[in-house]
Design a protein around this ligand. Sequence first.
Ligand SMILES: [Zn+2]
Length: 163
Amino acid sequence: MTIELPCSGCGQQLRVRDEDAGRQARCPQCGAVTSVPLRSPQGFGTPIPPPGTPSSSGPINPYSSPPSFAGESPYQSPRPNYGTPHRGTTVLVLGILGVTCCFICAPIAWIMGNNDMKAINNGTMDPTGKTTTQVGMILGIIGTLLGGCGIIVQVLALIAQNR
Ligand SMILES: [Zn+2]
């Protein structure tokens, strides 16, 4: 191992043996005498990191990990937090069926959609299905009203026939 240090006279890099640390080195070019430091830069650098890295990484980890969690939370934690997955597709299908063919499905879509909308607004259900649930609920309301009107008309027609 050698110590490199600039000459105090001409600035040339002098290579000195480790054994000469703390002594005077004479420059071969200009003859100026330069004092050699006791410890090489490597000797200074290596002892410091071992106590430094655990102590510095220790405080850093508790502080650095919460920001990383906070940074991920908008993307990852909302989904686990909403334990209940949304039923938007089911509500929508029931609503469409209620409007088009199966009247019984309409009030189910209405009730399911109404409950799910409350859950989504409370934050207990996956909010990604909000629009689908809303559309399904509206279709359920329409289907219920249409079906209700149809039943009333049919009942009235039956009454009229029986008279
Ligand atoms: Zn020199």
